[in-house]
Design a binder for this molecule. Structure first.
Ligand SMILES: *Cc1c(COP(=O)(O)O)cnc(C)c1O
Length: 498
């Protein structure tokens, strides 16, 4: 069962099953759902895991959670990993230093790690909506990776519609085309004039709009969310951390039971939360190292105990998926460590005063599991170049992790770095790093440039994007979004309604 991070308001149920938590991800007082208890895994689990595939291990873990999803549905959801580059090994583990392994999480259909969770999650959510005979609208604002992965997983799925907002000019060409060429007619993609913050605040005002609410109610459409506040995504993000250890065991790089570090390029903290839960379940992680870019609010929190939004504004970097100031999933760790009453207090302080401060004991609790550091774009580019020269390609998000590898690893233990995107999504930055120039390349030029100079193939799902018709060509002002979505819902209804 799942409980709430900010306690219960006396109206919502106090404990809910998994299916409820993923269909209605918003808990009392604006909190989130968290598992009441976590299952345990031990040395025997890892011994048995050595002969199992990623899919089998995923099913084992899902069964341990004992969630209210039928076995057959879980199997179908997990079979979506068959669409990854290697169905038997969707998350290859590559060794790039004696003590450094890269957990490549980007081999799915949209070339970012968001697919790891969104692919199976999309299947389960659509199944639940069909079972309840309900229609859901998923609203998403994206800085570039969530959008394509959300659209891909829900394309043509029954009982689900998706409206996705992206900042026009704020994403790479590849990311934009992954969204605007989407053919399925249950999705709508809308560019907005402004940056990611504007897209996100547009979405928030839409959710608060009475006319919008009323229109949805009239059509009997419910709202849900597909960002990492939804526990349905987090559950799948626990598994690849566990699998990385299994892969090290399979490759005889570590002894069963011996600890390792993991490094995570963080934004909304979903990936890091998955590692935290895995550690609590029994995965022997020495410490979770949190990497940030110059939007270093997580570094501040973990090193000083202060989460301070005052006088901060979002800075644009070459790792845009980590350009974030409000990191939603930190709340789940706070709740686990400090309880719901204190978490509610801290979250209210953040909302009202733009700051919260942990006391020394609370900070010590956080530092038991986490350490953090940040780097700037110049550092990231050096690392991209350094490893490209050695024959290994890392994207600008993954590159931020090398600062943590160099400065936070205090014990001589193996280290697993989570690689969150393929280079193809950020090709201009990659070519700037490799050529050590600052020319403004187009994505297409940069993809071809890198493909030639590093002798790598561009995956077909990326190269064909440039020849596909753009279906969603609307770019509107913030004020025009509601009308666009109304239009979309009416249109699809004409086709679907009896
Ligand atoms: C989403 C994303 C991140 C941040 O992950 P969180 O789970 O939100 O911390 C990092 N890198 C890439 C490439 C991403 O798409």
């Amino acid at each position: 069962m799942f409980i709430e991070t900010r306690g219960n308001d006396g109206i919502k149920p106090t404990k809910v099953p998994f299916s409820y938590a993923i269909l209605n991800p918003s808990a009392s007082f604006g909190g989130l759902y968290v598992p009441e208890t976590l299952p345990k895994i031990d040395a025997l689990f890892f011994e048995n895991a050595a002969t199992k595939s990623y899919k089998e291990i995923t099913l084992d873990i899902l069964r341990l959670f004992n969630i209210d999803i039928e076995e057959e549905i879980m199997q179908k959801a997990v079979s979506l990993y068959d669409n990854f580059d290697d169905a038997n090994n969707p998350t290859p583990l590559s060794q790039i230093e004696d003590d450094l392994f890269v957990n490549e999480l980007y081999h799915g259909p949209t070339r970012a790690f968001k697919d790891m969770a969104l692919q199976p999650f999309g299947y389960i959510l659509s199944h639940l909506a069909q079972k309840l005979n309900e229609e859901y609208l998923i609203l998403a604002a994206t800085s570039g990776d969530t959008g394509p992965a959300t659209l891909d997983t829900f394309a043509n799925k029954p009982n689900i519609k998706v409206a996705c907002l992206y900042p026009d000019g704020g994403t790479s060409d590849v990311q934009r085309l992954q969204m605007t060429t989407q053919k399925s007619d249950n999705v709508k993609v809308i560019g907005i004039h402004g940056n990611f913050d504007d897209a996100q605040s547009a979405l928030k005002s839409l959710l608060a709009s009475p006319t919008f609410k009323e229109a949805l109610e009239k059509k009997n459409i419910k709202l849900s969310a597909a960002n990492s506040v939804n526990f349905g995504r987090i559950i799948f993000q626990i598994i690849y951390h566990i699998y990385a250890y299994v892969a090290m065991l399979k490759q005889a790089k570590i002894e069963n039971g011996k600890p390792f570090y993991t490094i995570i390029p963080s934004g909304n903290f979903g990936n890091a939360l998955g590692a935290y839960y895995a550690k609590k379940m029994g995965l022997p992680i020495e410490k979770i190292l949190i990497a940030s870019n110059i939007n270093n609010i997580l570094t501040d929190l973990i090193t000083t105990g202060v989460y301070d939004l005052r006088n901060r504004h979002l800075l644009q970097t070459t790792s845009p998926a980590m350009d974030i100031l409000i990191s939603s999933n930190v709340e789940r760790v706070l709740c686990d460590k400090l309880g719901a009453t204190r978490t509610k207090e801290l979250m209210e302080s953040l909302k009202e005063k733009n700051i919260y401060t942990l006391n020394a004991d609370e900070l010590a609790l956080l530092q038991e599991d986490f350490a953090a550091v940040y780097c700037d774009d110049a550092f990231g580019k050096e690392q991209i170049k350094h490893y490209a020269d050695k024959g290994y390609i890392i994207d600008p998000h993954t590159a931020t992790c090398l600062k943590a590898y160099q400065t936070l690893k205090v014990k001589p233990l193996p280290c697993v770095l989570c690689s969150t995107a393929e280079w193809t999504k950020f090709a201009p930055t990659m070519l700037n790093a490799i050529n050590q120039d600052s020319i403004k390349y187009s994505d297409k030029e940069a993809l071809e440039g890198i493909s030639q100079s590093l002798h790598v193939k561009i995956p077909e799902c990326i190269s064909t994007l440039f020849n596909e018709p753009v279906i969603h060509d609307k770019v509107v002002e913030k004020a025009g979004i509601e009308a666009e979505i109304f239009d979309f819902l009416n249109l699809t209804c004409k086709k679907d309604c009896k």
